[in-house]
Write a protein that binds this ligand. Sequence first.
Ligand code: 5GP
Ligand code: ZN
Length: 149
Amino acid sequence: VTDPSDDPECIFCAIARHRTPARIIGETERTVDFLDISPLTPGHALVIPKAHTVDLLSCPEADLAAVAMAAQRLAGVMLPALGADGVNLLHSTGAAAWQTVWHFHVHVLPRYHDDGLPLPFRRVPGDPAELNRQAERLRAARGGPNRKL
Ligand code: 5GP
Ligand code: ZN
């Protein structure tokens, strides 16, 4: 029987189904969290839905909610368990946004006062007219009220 939520070519599908070794930290019915193999800081972990989906936009809402809750749970243990001083949640959709693995994942990145990770950007206040234009475009595209979960 083939599982339609399993992409046989996908490394994270293989990790989620225990076909490939990974340092799994925990699982839920819908999610797995495991250590990133190239950690940016000690304890750097990833949370994925078990069902294959490429990115934030393709992820079904129930899996997205489950990933968000698993990320919160993991973030909550990093401070006491690792002595972390903070946590970044990081996600990339698309190559332009640095995505390199095409199975949706959220990085849960423990941060330490002395970890030396540099900010990857410089903040410059936006031009007010340009900010207004972007807000208008987004409001128009976004449309009406929020969907309920
Ligand atoms: P992205 O660049 O797509 O946001 O993140 C992909 C992450 O997956 C990278 O941080 C990379 O180190 C991690 N990664 C890639 N292949 C593997 C693997 O086979 N096992 C584990 N544990 N992490 C991986
Ligand atoms: Zn996959």
